[in-house]
Design a protein around this ligand. Structure first.
Ligand code: SAH
Ligand code: SF4
Ligand code: F3S
Length: 476
């Protein structure tokens, strides 16, 4: 899912949790008189960013407008992530900064949302004196209620998880948007019990959203000028929905097709695929529709079967390689990316070598790479000692990063001379004279602007140069 690139390691999207915050806002100047304002920062995966848009919609209904200026807000919200210890440390630091603002503004309310709210529950109110609200990911409909009580001086907690909540009827407020690309959550929670992972505890049971509400949201976005949607879930391949009216079964491949049919000019992406569930049916659907992007994020985590078993990933090295071979056969042009964890409990040097060799064999276009971070309450924390020393984890991670950087560069250099269809997204962050946008394979292309071309247009770009992170080209 979404992690910020570490700017010091071009092309390698290692996590840097301290840079992950994002401010959502509507107005670029000043507060709207007469309205109350909320300020929200989001951390973690795309699902959290997507949830913040649902929160904005719920708050809009009770007269709260978003602001980018924390000083003028009546309510500060921080949508948190628990995936690694570092992510939680970042949140604690931000709360300290808000504490200083609150000291002079006793009426200002501060709320913790998301996965860290869910994980620590009531503990927040004991540990952090400035927190007024603690709201878990399935309780956002209760926000109006909770905010009302907080305004009356209460300190409120709702961390109930639900088996049904999908927020399907709530139209997200797109706040921090380029007007071209948007996320649509298609499911919530996760039923896989990967032994390292906190998500099943913070997000609850897996549930899929009504496909017709997904298609309606995609249609609405298209009509508003958006040209790309990313369907989100922790394991999109296990999407399933049974029509209560006629018993019709909709799986992920069906939903992908339904979304692709909204309009051939609307690109469809998705994240994340789990190797145990990714079917050839999904790959064939991708091959059938030009507007389904030829890019798959298929996290391997480790290249060693013993470690994969300890991780409870329910596939082994051979199964993963078989899935990759299917991708290469059915979608020869597709790019594949991955997530990798170094130094999981009891990992040996030899097993680490297996990870390096599967990275090389898979020839990923890109990867998110992490050292193992033990999370309280997970299966691994309960069963296996976190016994790979920190310096060994880091050294192995650096070897992984070095290899992936070389592969990313080689991969991108192979694109020199090719011409790609690119969806223009925005100005390049390096130069206002250039636009940037991605090709079907999710590679960022940068090219000089030209009269009459604007974000939301499709253009053909011929690549003349490449770094490990970016393709540089000219309009063809
Ligand atoms: N649902 C997705 C993963 C979501 S979490 C999937 O199964 O692929 C994103 C990534 O964070 C994971 O793929 C994993 O590589 C990493 N991650 C999760 N828990 C972690 C932990 N305890 N320590 C280090 N990395 C972790
Ligand atoms: Fe975590 Fe595994 Fe679920 Fe992904 S599939 S969210 S890694 S438990
Ligand atoms: Fe996402 Fe972090 Fe929660 S990765 S699901 S916000 S723990």
């Amino acid at each position: 899912m979404l992690y910020d690139a570490n700017p010091t390691l071009e092309g390698i999207k290692t996590i840097d949790e301290s840079k992950q915050g994002s401010v959502f806002y509507k107005e670029s100047t000043g507060a709207t008189p007469g309205l109350k304002h909320f300020y929200i920062e989001s951390y973690g995966c795309q699902m959290n960013f997507s949830d913040s848009e649902i929160v904005a919609s719920i708050l809009g209904d009770i007269g709260f407008a978003p602001t980018r200026n924390v000083e003028e807000s009546d309510l500060i919200l921080i949508n948190t992530c628990s995936i690694r210890e570092k992510a939680e440390e970042t949140v604690r630091k931000r709360l300290k900064a808000f504490e200083i603002i609150k000291r002079n503004r006793p009426d200002l309310k501060v709320g913790v949302l998301g996965c860290m709210a869910e994980r620590l529950k009531k503990q927040w109110l004991e540990e952090e004196k400035l927190v007024d609200l603690v709201v878990g990911p399935d309780a956002y409909r209760d926000l109006p209620n909770l905010i009302g009580s907080a305004e009356d001086g209460g300190r409120m907690v709702n961390v109930l998880l639900s088996r049904e909540e999908t927020y399907a009827d709530i139209s997200p407020v797109r706040l921090d948007s380029n007007g071209v690309t948007a996320f649509i959550s298609i499911m919530r929670g996760c039923d896989n019990m990967c032994s390292f992972c906190v998500v099943p505890f913070t997000r609850g049971r897996e549930r899929s959203r009504d496909p017709f509400s997904v298609v309606a949201e995609a249609q609405d976005l298209f009509e508003k000028g958006y040209r790309e949607v990313t369907l989100l879930g922790q394991n999109v391949d296990s999407y399933k929905w049974d029509n209560p009216e006629n018993g019709e079964h909709v799986d992920f491949a069906d939903l992908l097709e339904m979304t692709a049919l909204v309009n051939p000019e609307l690109r469809v992406r998705f994240s994340t695929s789990h190797p145990k569930d990714m079917t050839d049916k999904v790959l064939h659907t991708m091959a059938t529709y030009e507007n389904i992007c030829k890019y798959i994020h298929l996290p391997v985590q480790s290249g060693n079967s013993r470690i994969l078993e300890l991780m409870n990933r329910t596939y082994d090295r051979e199964w993963y390689m078989d899935r990759m071979e299917s991708i290469r056969r059915i979608l020869p042009d597709a790019a594949v990316s991955s997530d990798i964890i170094s130094g999981f409990c009891s990992e040996t040097e030899e097993e680490h070598q297996d990870t390096l060799s599967i990275i090389e064999w898979s020839n990923y276009s890109m990867a998110y790479m992490f050292t193992y971070s033990e999370r309280p309450g997970t299966l691994a924390a309960r069963k296996y000692p976190d016994d790979v020393p920190e310096d060994v984890k880091k050294r192995r991670l650096n070897e992984i990063i070095r290899l992936q950087t070389a592969l990313s560069l080689r991969n991108n250099q192979n694109d020199i001379g090719k011409t790609f269809k690119v969806l223009v997204e925005r100005d390049s962050s390096k130069s206002a004279a250039d636009f940037c946008g991605r090709n079907s394979q999710n590679k960022m292309c940068v090219f000089p602007k030209s009269e009459g071309i604007k974000p939301g247009d499709y253009v053909m770009v011929k690549i003349h140069d490449a770094t490990s992170a970016t393709l540089l080209g000219k309009l063809a």
